[in-house]
Design a protein around this ligand. Structure first.
Ligand SMILES: [Zn+2]
Length: 161
């Protein structure tokens, strides 16, 4: 079995237990591939992780007894500390792939030309934004906006010194 350090390749994939929703969301904001959901808990989570070679992120102290695949026990209840722990343990760079993945579907976004989103996004967004991307699954359109800026600040604070 490999430790998280040895598997810290760029395409490390994760499976987060259902107590870690906010951590999962922030990992997706960082562009990381992480599965998460109410249906993913206990053995279901372990099965899914094993099938796709994902590192299990868990707050479940009893997990060890379930013969899990590689896992990282998350120490803190607070998502910022949780993120810091995962970033450190896996050698992630928070800004490298930020905003490249759909936060709902966990799918890599594709670029979308400005003209093609004219009827989809609000007029003020169309007028002020130049770069758009979208999720091929749910078709949600993404663009850099104010909340995006706040997320960016948050990620900068998480960059390893
Ligand atoms: Zn989507």
């Amino acid at each position: 079995m490999k430790s998280p350090e040895e598997t810290s390749v760029r395409d490390q994939k994760f499976a987060a237990d259902r107590m870690l929703g906010k951590l999962a969301k922030w990992l997706r904001i960082m562009g990381q591939d992480v599965i998460y959901g109410q249906h993913l808990s206990g053995y279901g989570l372990l099965r899914a992780a094993r099938a796709e070679n994902r590192l299990v992120l868990t707050r479940d102290r009893g997990l060890k007894k379930k013969q899990p695949p590689d896992f990282l026990f998350i120490e803190s209840d607070h998502y910022r500390d949780q993120l810091r722990q995962v970033i450190k343990a896996c050698g992630l760079r928070p800004l490298d792939k930020a905003f490249t993945r759909c936060l709902e579907c966990n799918i890599v976004l594709e670029p979308h030309s400005k003209t093609s989103v004219e009827k989809i996004v609000p007029p003020h967004v169309f007028a002020t934004q130049e770069r758009f991307s979208w999720c091929p699954k749910c078709r949600r359109v993404y663009w850099p906006a104010t909340h995006h800026q706040r997320m960016l600040e948050e990620l900068k604070n998480l960059e390893p010194c």
